[in-house]
Ligand binder design. Structure first.
Ligand code: NOJ
Length: 746
């Protein structure tokens, strides 16, 4: 065994990794490092913005020539990229190339659905394809390092950045993290079409108290390791080249200065040899946190904690030399950080090919890219309700009204973080429906409201007149892109402006009403769902959202998306997520509603269980929920071996039948409940899912194989272990609905 490992080690040292052998890279790093001055070393750790706030391009060139900057953000003109690169590679003393970086989060020019929408596809292969085309477009523009994927577990829809996340679940987020890393980085990071991924934000940022952005978090170590850290570990195992720390302080320590996270967990436990990067200004924000006295101390804390590259705030370049001279920072710590950024530059092949090929034919907005964007948008749509088979719109429908502020909102449907997305290229639902189906139905477009916060109802009469004259109404409501994303938290999650009123009045016409929601987060739309015959949740679907939604409305595509996050009925239920632990008095499900509470009743008359008097215990929609135009039945759940040892694999099968009229895809979900533990365990946890395509009437047996080792958790003495005992397995259509069986781990 040992011999095998040794041979493997030798092979991995000499086999080409990223175009050249690892050993070679390490030797080259040492050779370069030995010729660098302390200032040049610090310069490599300095990341600046190229949009003017840190000087003009000419001034930046000067800094580059002096070796005082190692990477540049937000320059997307490949000609300027090449000019600056020339200053680095030809005119600086070290000749070290720059890296050009940007927030390429869900598409570069061809915008894909927001990540929360991508998560709803439960289709990591397609998400990987989306990330690949994104890398192709971004690298054409000179960008080789993206600040994505964002893999913060997000359980609070008030937090605007939930849009950027893959939702509330650790397992699903982990799958998506790996997909994006592999898509961005490709087979070989040195390929000029590959882009370094950056797992962010390390860690716990999504748990911001009250959903207020940047807020403190209080995540105990067990939960950190169980819920928040695994997607990072998986991303690193998939080869992620970098990690960005988070803005929050967890349990009183800002991530930017958290040695335990950056040195112990990341480097020692996980063996990460990529780059750690601050968030924008997060080094000097430690002063505001009350964790550093001044910029110099902030630099000292961050560097000693193990933070390699500082984004934007320049405290390293201003202070690290002094700190080293004073002995407050060891030069060895600086060298290690520089090794990490040089390693990334070698891995990207920048020493060999620093320039962006501006003559290569462009693939941006190619038919292939638009097709991937459309497929992702299509798969991301979740059908929440479909009463009386309102959808798909039948051939009997001769005329429709398209209304609502999001029907033709080319900017807003692109969603948050669309730095390079172009509204001019967006295909909106209103236009797509008219273009693709205008020959089948008469399409009338009357928006009623011009944007989501619009309260002006002066055109409602016209909308209603038209509504009464058509066979069906499709109302596009939701939220503008600007209401989501960084620093855009909301305390109320109802539809903004007069949108609810619009839905109410449309519903009162008695015409079939389809409501399509375009939003960056779960909205509390219980009332509007009741008033609508059918509801589609389409997130912010990106450039190709229009044709994707049009095809779904008319049945050319069948919705299959599932919610990657629990939808609350009311904001007051937050945090609400499916894999919570149980109380000693869980809700019974038959609790009295507010109206049923007797007058002058004694305190104990309602019993003692965990629920809200006014809205009960259930969410509006559970995690994993989503309907189809067809219907599926689950039967015959079987476990091959119900008594398993720790190194066995649980083998589960279930029979799924398409009992409806359409070909469709069901996303079968496997959940595990560890019934008794040395610490309380979640009521259930997603451990697998499978996309199952079935023709009408077709039956398939779906198999899941889950190594028992995947049932490990951080036990009462903080060891990651599988505890023997009884487990439940559920396979079903969402986190609340499925067939169950039990098994035992010996
Ligand atoms: C702040 C955000 O938190 C981070 O995600 C982003 O990458 C940086 N700004 C750079 O734009």
């Amino acid at each position: 065994m040992k011999k095998h490992l040794y041979i493997l080690f030798l092979l991995s040292a000499f086999l080409p990794a990223y175009g050249q052998s690892r050993q070679n890279i390490e030797q080259k790093i040492e050779a370069v490092l030995s010729k660098m001055t302390v200032r040049e070393k610090v310069g490599q750790l300095n990341q600046l913005d190229g949009r003017g706030i840190h000087g003009t391009i000419e001034q930046l060139k000067e800094l580059v020539r002096r070796g005082e900057v190692g990477s540049l953000m937000n320059i997307t003109d490949p000609k300027i990229v090449n000019q600056l690169q020339e200053a680095a590679c030809k005119e600086s003393h070290t000749k070290i190339p720059l890296i050009f970086t940007r927030d390429v989060v869900h598409g570069f020019k061809t915008m894909l659905p927001i990540p929360l929408g991508q998560a709803a596809t439960f289709d990591p292969d397609l998400v990987k394809e989306g990330a690949r085309i994104t890398a192709v477009e971004a690298t054409e523009h000179g960008i080789r390092w993206s600040f994505a994927p964002m893999i913060d577990i997000s359980r609070d829809a008030r937090w605007g950045r939930i849009a950027e996340s893959f939702g509330e679940d650790t397992y699903l987020t982990g799958q998506m993290a790996v997909a994006v890393v592999k898509g961005f980085q490709g087979e070989d990071l040195a390929n000029p079409q590959s882009m370094a991924a950056c797992l962010k934000h390390f860690v716990g940022y999504g748990a911001a108290e009250g959903g207020r952005d940047y807020n403190s978090t209080y995540i105990p170590e067990r939960q950190l390791r169980q819920v928040y850290l695994p997607p990072f570990k998986q991303g690193i195992e998939a080869g992620a080249a970098s990690i960005m720390v988070s803005f929050n302080d967890n349990n009183g320590i800002p991530s930017t200065g958290n040695k335990y996270l950056l040195r112990n967990i990341l480097r020692k436990e996980w063996g990460f040899d990529g780059v750690t990067l601050s968030d924008w200004g997060s080094v000097t924000e430690m002063i505001r946190h009350g964790f550093a006295e001044d910029r110099k101390q902030a630099a000292e804390i961050a560097m000693n904690a193990g933070l390699d590259v500082e984004m934007s705030s320049k405290s390293y370049i201003q202070n690290l030399e002094k700190l080293i001279a004073e002995g407050k920072v060891q030069e060895t710590a600086l060298d290690d950080a520089v090794r990490n950024i040089l390693r990334l530059k070698y891995r990207l092949g920048l020493f060999e090919r620093p320039y962006t090929d501006i003559h290569k034919p462009k693939e941006t907005y190619s038919a292939k890219h638009l097709a991937v964007a459309k497929k992702l948008a299509e798969e991301s749509v979740v059908l929440l309700k479909n009463e009386n088979k309102t959808l798909p719109l039948s051939a009997n429908i001769k005329s429709i009204l398209i209304t609502g502020p999001l029907a033709d909102a080319p900017h807003d449907q692109l969603g948050t973080w669309t730095m390079d997305g172009e509204p001019g290229k967006t295909q909106t639902p209103a236009k797509a429906i008219a273009n693709l189906y205008g020959n089948k139905v008469k399409v009338h477009v009357v928006p009623g409201l011009t944007y989501s916060r619009d309260k002006n109802q002066s055109t409602f009469d016209e909308v209603l007149r038209m509504a009464r004259s058509v066979d069906a109404i499709v109302a596009f409501v939701g939220e503008e892109a600007i209401l989501t994303g960084e620093a855009h938290s909301l305390a109320a999650l109802n539809l903004q402006g007069a949108q609810s009123e619009l839905i109410k009045q449309l519903s009162a016409t008695g015409k079939p009403l389809v409501t399509v929601v375009l939003a960056g987060r779960p909205l509390t739309i219980g009332k509007e769902v009741e008033q609508s015959d059918a509801v589609l949740y389409a997130w912010h679907p990106g450039t190709m959202g229009g044709p994707a939604i049009a095809d779904i409305l008319f049945g050319k595509a069948i919705p299959a998306g599932k919610l990657p996050v629990t939808f609350p009925k009311e904001v007051g239920q937050i945090p609400i997520y499916y894999n919570h632990t149980n109380t000693g008095r869980p809700a019974r499900g038959n609790e009295k509603s507010l109206d049923e509470i007797p007058l002058n009743a004694q305190q104990s008359v309602l019993g003692h269980s965990s629920y809200y008097l006014d809205i009960g215990s259930k969410p509006l929609y559970p995690f994993g929920y989503g309907l189809s135009y067809t219907s599926f039945e689950y039967a015959d759940l079987k476990i091959a071996n119900t008594r398993l040892k720790k190194n066995d694999t649980l083998s589960v099968s279930v029979v799924i039948k398409n009992t409806g009229q359409y070909t469709g895809t069901e996303i079968a979900q496997l959940y595990i409940t560890d019934q008794v533990g040395s610490v309380t365990r979640p009521v259930k946890e997603l451990k697998g899912f499978e996309r199952v395509a079935l023709n009408a009437g077709e039956i398939k047996t779906v198999h899941f194989n889950l190594p028992v080792s995947e049932l490990a958790f951080w036990n009462s003495v903080m060891e990651k272990t599988v505890e023997p005992g009884k487990f439940k397995v559920m396979v079903g259509t969402n986190s609340e609905n499925g067939s169950e069986a039990t098994f035992e781990v010996l």
